[in-house]
Design a binder for this molecule. Structure first.
Ligand SMILES: [Zn+2]
Length: 317
């Protein structure tokens, strides 16, 4: 039926009518807050490119965890900024490493919080690449062993799930063999994106030479994303993550339609920073733009979103 019998505006008339027919909703159950652990005590070091986000020492991470829990956020994704770096990134699997210390403290002091860890080496290597180098490129198979050691040490320190983000071939299978019972949230589809800029500042992980196009995906490719997902599932991944989110809604949708596993998206630092910068300049309203972007990512098919707005969302919802 068409106009005048059909009038779609009828259900847009009031807040309640709109809510009754809303197809997509956001919930604090579906967000994960990234946290950055750094050495020291009472350290809260803001990051210029990511207003509201900071590197925090372990005691401050615990304090922030309490605030997140009180606000209703139930899961965090931990990154570490180590004291020192080396060629192989051995700080990543150090029992007394920064993420391991943060995990033990959070496990003890914030027992209600679900602890996910980013498993990669770029924050721990002096060259900033995601694994051990062979000449100018990252050696895939040598790096797998380091990733496994890192994932195992995170779990021993209290991680509930590990999230390999390095994009080496075969890393999910390698971690799965070592950790048969731990959920693996695979950054299955991670593009070599310009939108990671502010993150590299907060995680101090910018490559000292070259870029990550030799292992992260080409932004032009969507079918290859489905191949990555299929391989990761075969290797034992429990969750497929797409990163970044907003520039890749078509990919999120394609992954959602092809696979039955949970699909997550990482709304990356650049997506957050763009909105914050435009809001700070008075060009748009932060909370409306953030909610619209998050809703779009869910509408595209992501069940859960890693987002720097997780804490704000608690206030907005
Ligand atoms: Zn990395």
């Amino acid at each position: 039926m068409s106009f005048p019998a059909t009038r779609l505006r009828r259900l847009r008339r009031t807040d309640t009518l709109r809510a009754l027919v809303r197809e997509t909703s956001l919930s604090l159950d579906d967000v994960v807050m990234p946290l950055f652990a750094c050495p020291g005590e009472s350290v809260v070091r803001p990051v210029a490119g990511l207003p509201g986000i900071a590197q925090r020492s372990v005691d401050e991470i615990v304090r922030e965890a309490h605030e997140l829990t009180a606000a209703g956020v139930r899961a965090v994704l931990l990154f570490g900024i180590p004291d020192s770096k080396d060629a192989d990134g051995s700080g990543a699997w150090d029992d007394d490493g920064i993420v391991q210390r943060a995990l033990r403290a959070l496990r003890a002091e914030a027992p209600g919080l679900t602890l996910l860890t980013d498993v990669c080496l770029c924050e721990y290597t002096e060259h900033g690449h995601c694994g051990t180098l062979d000449g100018d490129s990252v050696a895939n198979d040598e790096t797998l062993e380091s990733l496994v050691r890192t994932a195992v040490s995170h779990v021993e320190a209290g991680a509930d799930a590990v999230c390999p983000s390095d994009m080496m071939d075969g890393r999910v299978g390698a971690i799965r063999s070592a950790l048969p019972e731990v959920p693996i949230v695979s950054y299955a589809v991670k593009y070599a994106s310009a939108f990671y800029g502010p993150f590299r500042e907060v995680a101090e992980s910018a490559p000292s030479f070259g870029d990550r196009r030799g292992y992260q995906m080409d932004p032009a490719n969507a079918r290859e994303a489905l191949q990555e997902c299929a391989l990761d599932l075969e290797e034992g991944a429990d969750v497929l993550m797409v990163k970044p989110a907003l520039p890749y809604l078509d990919v999120i949708r394609a992954v959602r339609e092809r696979f039955d596993s949970p699909v997550w998206a990482y709304q990356v630092s650049g997506e957050y920073a763009m909105v914050r910068a435009a809001a700070d300049a008075g060009h748009l309203e932060e909370h409306r733009a953030a909610l619209e972007a998050l809703t779009a990512i869910k509408r595209a098919g992501a069940g859960t979103i890693v987002t720097y707005w997780a804490k704000d969302l608690a206030r907005w919802l």
